[in-house]
Design a protein around this ligand. Structure first.
Ligand SMILES: C[S@@+](CC[C@H](N)C(=O)[O-])C[C@H]1O[C@@H](n2cnc3c(N)ncnc32)[C@H](O)[C@@H]1O
Length: 220
């Protein structure tokens, strides 16, 4: 007797993909604006390109896009309400340099060539604090390998969390990569929000078990 096939593919790293009903204006933007600015792997990378993974409501994404009009910023987020909120910020601020992927950021990583990105932001990813859920965390050795692959030499990656165990485990995995160098020289480098940081909605909620930790790495 043959063993039934197990469904395969990466474990889901996110929780719900839809919560409250989407307001009419945001629903309209999902119909009209999202198709225009959807991430297209075939679009040539003609300008410096950054990626934000799990942008939530998109406040950080829109602010960084406004501050850096010459940079193309790709945002990936499967949570529909988050995408709708980001579209509102993008529309209100009139930023033209954002590309959105409504879905798993690992699909974006897989579609990008080596050395495509100058910066990656992973800000307050789902913490999955219960031990039996830890395997759902985004940061796993194979994802670290992908993150390092898509960063260009000298490119930078920022990981922030307010969960101590996730900070420790992620740090171990990042520094195990021969391609990533932790930029911290002293405790304030990870305890104090970096000068270019934009406070996020999730960060403000202080739901974790420690103060926010900011881990910045450089691709070597
Ligand atoms: C805890 S929230 C933080 C949101 C935002 N970065 C903030 O700080 O406010 C984590 C977000 O990551 C998203 N997420 C989880 N797994 C993801 C994945 N594989 N690709 C892209 N986004 C993901 C979730 O949908 C969720 O919106």
């Amino acid at each position: 007797m043959s063993t039934p096939q197990q469904p395969h593919g990466p474990l889901r790293t996110f929780g719900r993909i839809k919560s409250r009903p989407i307001k009419p204006r945001q629903a309209a933007l999902l119909e009209t604006l999202l198709p225009k600015i959807a991430f297209d792997p075939a679009e040539p990378l003609t300008s410096e390109t950054w990626l934000e993974i799990g942008f939530g409501g998109g406040e950080h994404l829109a602010e960084q896009a406004a501050r850096h009009p010459d940079v193309r910023i790709i945002g990936a987020e499967p949570f529909v309400n988050g995408v709708a909120s980001a579209l509102r910020h993008i529309d209100e601020r009139g930023v033209a340099n954002v590309r959105l992927h409504q879905g798993d950021a690992r699909e974006v990583l897989a579609a990008l060539p080596d050395g495509a990105l100058s910066r990656i932001f992973i800000l307050f990813p789902d913490p999955w604090p219960k031990a039996r859920h830890n395997k759902r965390r985004l940061i796993q050795p194979e994802v670290v390998t992908e993150l390092a692959r898509v960063l260009k030499p000298g490119g930078r990656l920022r990981f922030a969390t307010d969960w101590a165990d996730y900070a420790n485990r992620a740090l171990e995995m990042f520094i195990a990569s021969p391609h990533l160098r932790w930029s911290a020289g002293e405790a304030d480098d990870w305890r104090v929000p970096p000068a270019d940081h934009v406070t996020t909605r999730y960060e403000e909620k202080r739901l974790g078990d420690c103060a926010p930790v900011f881990l910045d790495f450089e691709r070597v």
